[in-house]
Design a protein around this ligand. Structure first.
Ligand SMILES: C[S@@+](CC[C@H](N)C(=O)[O-])C[C@H]1O[C@@H](n2cnc3c(N)ncnc32)[C@H](O)[C@@H]1O
Length: 205
């Protein structure tokens, strides 16, 4: 029987998911095959070379992105000490420690530290959903206008459309992000829905 999900299979991320080094880690919140396809597509077609990732978890998405091309360099920030240490080990097993630099700490704090690089041509945001608007303002302040900005889980695993409670801080912050990015004078915006969530792709004008 035809199953549309079969067409989202992304061989590289499937290989990473099935790698035995990841078998002991709970990683259902890692990118799926669809997001892997979206990231690989943009990295390859837009000649992306320097990538910032917010939210490393165990390193799967960093490894996937770095493997798109041997000239890619990734900086990835993770605030959970255990996740960060597992990610570092996994990246070393893949021999990518010279092209993926992990940073331990809160994303906003690390981003605002004086010597943190600011010459990224793509940003993949997958960290604290309450801070998406703050991550975006950092990108606007420091990055080149041409940088591709990709935000995952903008419907917070489908929780967002169901919220009635307008006082919920997660709802308010994500709504603020969505309203702000809807401004056509500031951004070209593409929202790609998938399963129970969506990814938001922005380019500044
Ligand atoms: C959805 S997971 C990232 C998945 C990863 N990108 C992947 O696909 O393999 C989100 C990660 O962001 C981290 N995180 C949450 N808040 C953060 C913050 N304020 N700063 C840095 N990392 C954060 C979490 O600890 C978690 O590991």
């Amino acid at each position: 029987m035809f199953n549309i999900n079969n067409h989202y299979i992304h061989q590289e991320i499937e290989k990473i998911h099935n790698d035995e080094i990841f078998q002991n880690s709970q990683s259902s919140i890692s990118i799926n095959g669809y997001i892997a396809s979206v990231l690989s597509f943009f990295i390859r077609t837009q000649s992306i070379k320097k990538i910032l990732e917010l939210g490393t978890l165990y390193g799967k998405s960093s490894i996937l992105m770095a493997n798109c091309d041997e000239n890619i360099f990734v900086h990835s920030i993770e605030n959970n000490e255990k996740n960060h240490s597992i990610a570092k080990q996994n990246i070393e097993i893949y021999g990518l420690q010279n092209r993926i630099q992990t940073h331990f700490g809160d994303a906003i704090e690390i981003l605002n530290s004086p010597h943190f690089p600011k010459d990224f041509d793509m940003v993949f945001v997958d960290a604290n959903k309450l801070a998406y608007i703050d991550y975006l303002h950092w990108c606007e302040k420091y990055l080149d206008q041409k940088a591709m900005l990709i935000f995952d889980n903008i419907f917070i695993h489908h929780a967002l459309p169901k919220y009635n409670d307008k006082n919920c801080s997660m709802f308010k912050k994500m709504e603020e992000f969505l309203l702000y990015t809807a401004n056509e004078k500031l951004f070209d915006r593409l929202i790609l829905p998938y399963e129970r969530d969506a990814i938001c792709i922005l380019k500044r004008k």
